[in-house]
Write a protein that binds this ligand. Structure first.
Ligand code: PLP
Length: 370
């Protein structure tokens, strides 16, 4: 049996491969989802959500939810908002709608590995644009230089997985003016530390914004995301989405609508999420400084620290940490060639585990003489 060419060389991500090495004794700092459990109110809303209709919704999602999502934005809920089965499905639908074989897609390096893989699935080439330590900011000129006649999409991710960096508003505005379609992945938008990150919501006709509840509401398994785009751009995306998902789970849609309706609860929830991640970030930065002897620029958003490790092959190093030191982290190379020499430490774990995991890395480095 020959698999389709579009999936040739597409493997289980390194993230999944490293996570597969977990044992009951491992400290897992490889994880990409919040360590936050639903509170009583969120569970109550979920119970209420089960009582609503279980039938298909319109492909783009129930209008009531689209209206909630569009509040405060210039998007028309009827034609410029699409509810998706998570951000990932939104990205898949966007790539399916616009990316042809032979096209080029500009992707951040280091960056979330799905972007390059989606380009490959569409027969296109991912063209990495580099982000440089220690601030990991987008150099718009470097990005501009990589634009060719074949460039179909530019992908921007702020706050960034795996870097925790946030792009300032003026950078995002300059990127919107470069010309090609821009996909702004804002799934970490609500997870920030000192100031809310800028968004590309409402930017030019060529800008597509994706977001979701996976990270902000610790709802990774409920698969609820959304896309904002101007009507002409949105039309083919909704067509693609129809053939991928039909519609997002109506249970998750109903729950999302309840969450946005209860503004006070939602504001308090998000404040609580940010407070918890702030504590975990402080613990991670302190442990990294003391155990790994590195002072990182504090991440401005998301829940990842991208830490340099002494020169070594970081893929074997991450495997070694998993099997010999019982701590899971993701090798930087999983996020692009610029990630060589770094590991992604997720601090979406209780403070004691964050500290214990980083201590294990430090001990392993010292005992192996690295
Ligand atoms: C940058 C980024 N975009 C998208 C996703 C996918 O999120 P969702 O659960 O909404 O599909 C992730 C998940 O880790 C991510 O890190």
């Amino acid at each position: 049996m020959k698999i389709a060419d579009r999936l040739a060389n597409v493997e289980l991500s390194l993230i999944r491969q490293i996570n597969a090495l977990a044992t009951p004794l491992s400290v897992n700092l490889g994880i990409g989802e919040p360590n936050i459990a639903p509170d009583a109110r969120l569970r109550e809303m979920a119970r209420t959500a089960t009582t609503t209709s279980w039938h298909y919704s319109p492909n783009a999602g129930h209008l009531a939810l689209r209206k909630k999502l569009a509040e405060g934005t210039p998007y028309d809920p009827a034609s410029e908002v699409c509810v998706t089965a998570g951000t990932q499905e939104g990205l898949f639908s966007i790539f399916t709608a616009f990316v042809d074989p032979g096209d080029e897609v500009l992707v951040p390096d280091p960056g979330f590995l799905s972007y390059a893989t989606l380009a490959k699935i569409c027969g296109a080439s991912a063209v990495p644009y580099p982000l440089e330590p220690p601030h990991w900011q987008i150099d718009v000129d470097a990005l501009r230089k990589r634009i060719t006649k074949k460039t179909k999409l530019i992908v921007v991710n702020s706050p960034s997985n795996p870097l925790g960096s946030v792009a300032p508003a003026h950078t995002l505005a300059s990127i919107a003016e470069l010309g090609p379609l821009v996909v702004s992945d804002e799934v970490y938008r609500e997870i920030w530390y000192d100031a809310p990150p800028a968004s590309m919501t409402g930017f030019g006709e060529n800008v597509i914004v994706v977001g979701g509840l996976s990270k902000s509401h610790s709802m990774t398994g409920l698969r609820l995301g959304w896309i904002f785009a101007r009507e002409t751009v949105m039309k083919p995306i909704v067509t693609a989405h129809q053939y991928v998902a039909t519609c997002a789970s109506v249970f998750s849609q109903a729950l999302a609508a309840l969450i946005f309706e209860d503004r006070n609860w939602n504001a308090a929830w998000l404040t609580g999420v940010r407070e918890q991640f702030s504590e975990q970030r402080e613990a991670a930065l302190y442990a990294i400084q003391h155990e790994l002897e590195v002072e990182l620029v504090p991440p401005s958003g998301a829940f990842y620290a991208f830490a340099p490790v002494p020169a070594c092959d970081t893929i074997s190093f991450a495997r070694e940490l998993a099997t010999e030191a019982a701590v899971l982290v993701i090798p930087g190379l999983a996020f692009g060639t610029q990630g060589q020499g770094f590991i992604r430490i997720s601090y979406a774990a209780p403070v004691e585990q964050v500290v214990a995991g980083i201590e294990r890395i430090g001990r392993h480095l010292r005992s192996s003489g690295k």
